[in-house]
Design a binder for this molecule. Structure first.
Ligand code: C2E
Ligand code: MG
Ligand code: MG
Length: 646
C-alpha cells in the first residue's frame, strides 16, 4: 500500500507516511497520540503518503497496548478509501452543479418528483415542498395536446433522452417557453431508476428572436411583410407555381397623390392612411396571399394559385384588382379628416422561374405607371407591348447621352411672318440625327430628356447655337433684325441660375439680347410664380423677350398671367387646326387674341396651314403667324434661301 519494501520503514518516525497537510504530520501524530492516551484507540480518515510521494486516503484504526518487551506500542491498521473519497467528491460537485441557473427536476421511475433545485423555484414559482411527491404534469401550460407529451415520453423511452421547446405555466399563471432536456438514469440492470429534467427559460430569448424577426422582415408601420420578406415569398411562389403549373399574379399598388396628403396634413396623417390601406388590402385577398409594403406608398400583393390558363388568371386577378380599387376609394377617416384616396395598380402574371424577381417587379411597376398615365385610380395589366415601349425608351435614353457627346443635334428654323407675309424671324426647333434611326422628332425625345435631366445640357446647346446664329445674322443687314425664338423647358427655367446662364451666354457669344425670344410654357406658371417673375425680369431688363407657347392648353390663371413680364401669347396649333370647323376653337382663338390685346401683348398663331386660317386670325386681330402655310421648319441654308426669295 505504501510501496515501501519490508524493513525500509523500520526505525523511521511514523509521520513519514503521513501526507503533507495544512497541519504538520507531527501535529497530527500528536493529536492521535493524545486521543490514544485517553481512550486507547483512535480511528479516522487520514491522508497518507507513499514512497513515491503520491498521496491517498485511508481509514485508519489505531490501538495501543502494553508489549512485554517494548512497553507501550501502537498498532495502526489502514484501509485505502480513495474510491469512496472520489465518489464523495463527485457528489459534492454534483450537488454544486445541481444548484445552477437551470431548473432541474429529479423524479423517480414513476415520474414522481423527488427533488428540485433553487432555479426550479425561481423559474416556476413553486417551492420544493409544493412539488415533491407530485408529477411534473402539474407544470404544464395546457398549450400542448396529449400527443405532444406522448411523443415526448416515447422518445425518452426509446433513446433515453428528449430535447425540445415546451410551454409551461408558472405558479402565478404566466406561460413561459422552456428549453427542456429529459434524461434517464439507469441502474446496473439497465432499469430506469430516475428521470432528470433540466430546463432553461427561453421566453426572453424567444421574445427577442421574434422581435428581431419582426424588425428584419416586417414593416414597422403597417406590420406587413417588407421587401425582404416579399422576395422570400416570391421565391417560394416561383417554386410552388413551377410544381403546380398554376399562375400567380403580382400587383403593384401605388397611392395617388400621397405626397400631397403628407405635405398638407403631415406625416402622422399619412401614416394613418398607410395603416388603413394595409388593413383594407388584407381584407381583399385570400389567406395565404401576401400583402407587402415595399416603399413609402407602394404595396405589393402576391396572388397565388390562380388559373392555369393565362387569360383566366388575368381575369381572376383583375377581379381582385377591381375589388381593391373599390375598397381603397371608400373615404378614409384620418383623425378628424375625411380623406378620399385613389390607387394606381399594375399587374403582372408569373409562373415558375420564367423571369427574375426584379424583372417581375419591374413589369408590375411598368403596368402601374401605365395606370398612372391613364389618369390614375385605375389598373393596368402588363403585356409585352408595354415592355417594348419601355425597352425602346431605355435604349433611347442611352442614345440620348451619346447624342450630346457626338453632336447629333442640329436646329431647324421655322419662319415667323407678319401680316404682310414678311419673315420677321424664326423659331429654332431641335432635330436629332440618330445614327441608326435617322431623324428623330423632338416629340419623341424631349419629354424623355426632361425626365432624365438631359434637357439641361441639350437646352444649353440649343441656346448657344441660337445665340451664335444671331451673331452670324447680325453681320448682314438682311438678317440683322430677325428675331429667333428658342423653346425653354420648365426644368431648364427652374434652375436657380437660369437667368445668369442666359446672360453669360449672351455676353460670351456677343448676341444681341433684343433679338432673342424665349418661349415658355404654361406649366411653369403652376410653380413659384414670384421666382418666375424675378428670372423673367432680369432677362427682360437685358432686352430679351418672352412668348407663352401653346397658349390655351395649360391652366394659366389670368391673375398670374397679368403679373408676368410677357411680350407675346402664342395660340396653340390645336385651336388653329379646327378654327374653321369647330366653333369652340374659333371662340377660344378669338378670346386669346382679345385677351392679348387687353393686356398689351402681341399674339402669334402657330400651326397655320391654310390661307383661310390665316385670314380668319388676321380679321380677328392676330398679326403674326407661323406654320406650314409659310414654311415647314427647315435647315439654316434653306431658311436663308427663303429669306432671299421673299
Ligand atoms: P412647339 O414649340 O409648339 O413647336 C411647334 C411645333 O409645331 C413644331 O414641332 C413644328 O414643327 C410644328 N409645326 C409648325 N407648323 C406647323 C403646322 O403648320 N402644322 C403642324 N401640324 N405642325 C406645325 P416640332 O419641331 O416637332 O417640335 C415639337 C415640340 O418639341 C415643340 O413644340 C417644342 O415644345 C419642343 N421642342 C422643339 N425644339 C425644342 C428645343 O430646342 N427645346 C425644347 N425644350 N423643346 C423643343
Ligand atoms: Mg415653341
Ligand atoms: Mg407650340
Amino acid at each position: 500500500m505504501f510501496k515501501y519494501d519490508p524493513g525500509e520503514l523500520i526505525g523511521q518516525h511514523v509521520s513519514i507516511v503521513n501526507a503533507p497537510n495544512d497541519k504538520s504530520p507531527e501535529f497530527i501524530a500528536t493529536q492521535i497520540m493524545l486521543e490514544l492516551e485517553r481512550t486507547g484507540t483512535w480511528s479516522g480518515e487520514i491522508q497518507n503518503r507513499r514512497k513515491d510521494s503520491t498521496t491517498f486516503w485511508c481509514q485508519a484504526n489505531v490501538t495501543t497496548f502494553e508489549h512485554p518487551e517494548f512497553g507501550q506500542i501502537w498498532v495502526s491498521e489502514h484501509q485505502d478509501i480513495s474510491e469512496r473519497k472520489q465518489a464523495e467528491q463527485k457528489l459534492r460537485i454534483a450537488a454544486t452543479a445541481f444548484e445552477t441557473q437551470e431548473s432541474i427536476i429529479i423524479a423517480d421511475a414513476d415520474t414522481i418528483i423527488l427533488e428540485v433545485n433553487q432555479a426550479f423555484t425561481k423559474i416556476s414559482g413553486y417551492a420544493a415542498t409544493e412539488v415533491i411527491g407530485k408529477r411534473p404534469n402539474m407544470l404544464g401550460s395546457g398549450i400542448h395536446d396529449d400527443s405532444f407529451y406522448e411523443q415526448m415520453w416515447n422518445e425518452v423511452k426509446q433513446h433515453g433522452q428528449w430535447h425540445g421547446e415546451i410551454w409551461n405555466r408558472r405558479k402565478n399563471g404566466e406561460i413561459y417557453l422552456g428549453l427542456l432536456t429529459i434524461s434517464t438514469v439507469k441502474n446496473g440492470h439497465n432499469e430506469v431508476t430516475n428521470y432528470v429534467g433540466s430546463l432553461i427559460d427561453i421566453s426572453e430569448r424567444k421574445y427577442s428572436e421574434d422581435k428581431i424577426k419582426q424588425l428584419v422582415y416586417y414593416d414597422q408601420l403597417t406590420q406587413l411583410p417588407n421587401r425582404t420578406l416579399l422576395y422570400d415569398r416570391l421565391q417560394q411562389a416561383f417554386s410552388a407555381s413551377a410544381r403546380s403549373n398554376l399562375h400567380n399574379a403580382l400587383l403593384f399598388i401605388d397611392l395617388d397623390n400621397f405626397k400631397t396628403l403628407n405635405d398638407s396634413l403631415g406625416h402622422h396623417i399619412g401614416d394613418l392612411l398607410l395603416q388603413q390601406v394595409a388593413q383594407r388590402l388584407l381584407a381583399c385577398v385570400r389567406e395565404g396571399d401576401t400583402v407587402a409594403r415595399v416603399g413609402g406608398d407602394e404595396f405589393v400583393i402576391i396572388l397565388e394559385n390562380l388559373n392555369a390558363k393565362p387569360e383566366d388568371a388575368a381575369t381572376q386577378s383583375e377581379i381582385i384588382g377591381e375589388k381593391i380599387l373599390g375598397n381603397l376609394t371608400i373615404p378614409y377617416q384620418l383623425n378628424h379628416h375625411e380623406y378620399i384616396g385613389t390607387p394606381s395598380i399594375g399587374f403582372a402574371l408569373f409562373k415558375g422561374h420564367s423571369i427574375s424577381i426584379d424583372a417581375l417587379l419591374k413589369q408590375a411597376d411598368i403596368a402601374m405607371y401605365q395606370a398612372k398615365a391613364a389618369g390614375r385610380n385605375t389598373l393596368r395589366f402588363f403585356d409585352q407591348r408595354m415592355q417594348e415601349i419601355v425597352n425602346t425608351r431605355a435604349a433611347l435614353e442611352n442614345d440620348l447621352h451619346e447624342a450630346i457627346q457626338n453632336f447629333q443635334f442640329f436646329l431647324h428654323y421655322q419662319p415667323q411672318v407678319d401680316i404682310a407675309g414678311t419673315i420677321i424671324g424664326a423659331e429654332a426647333l431641335i432635330r436629332w440625327q440618330h445614327p441608326i434611326r435617322g431623324l428623330v422628332a423632338p416629340m419623341e425625345f424631349i419629354s424623355l430628356a426632361e425626365e432624365t435631366g438631359l434637357i439641361l445640357p441639350i437646352g444649353q446647346w440649343v441656346m448657344e447655337t441660337a445665340c451664335l446664329q444671331l451673331v452670324a445674322w447680325s453681320k448682314s443687314p438682311a438678317t440683322r433684325t430677325l428675331q429667333l425664338a428658342v423653346n425653354v423647358s420648365a426644368n431648364q427655367f427652374r434652375q436657380e441660375n437660369f437667368a445668369k446662364q442666359v446672360q453669360e451666354l449672351l455676353e460670351r457669344t456677343g448676341a444681341e439680347p433684343t433679338r432673342l425670344k424665349l418661349e415658355l410654357t404654361e406649366s411653369l406658371l403652376v410653380e413659384n410664380i414670384e421666382d418666375v417673375i424675378n428670372k423673367m425680369s432680369v432677362l427682360k431688363a437685358l432686352g430679351v423677350s418672352f412668348s407663352l407657347d401653346d397658349f390655351g392648353t395649360g391652366y394659366s390663371s389670368l391673375s398670374y398671367l397679368k403679373k408676368l413680364p410677357l411680350d407675346q401669347l402664342k395660340i396653340d396649333k390645336g385651336f388653329v387646326n379646327d378654327l374653321l370647323t369647330d366653333p369652340n376653337d374659333a371662340a377660344i382663338a378669338r378670346t386669346i387674341i382679345a385677351l392679348a390685346q387687353s393686356m398689351g401683348l402681341n399674339v402669334i398663331a402657330e400651326g397655320v396651314e391654310t390661307k383661310a386660317q390665316r385670314d380668319f386670325l388676321a380679321i380677328h386681330g392676330c398679326h403674326y403667324f407661323q406654320g406650314y402655310l409659310f414654311s415647314k421648319p427647315v435647315s439654316i441654308e434653306q431658311f436663308e434661301a427663303l429669306l432671299k426669295s421673299t
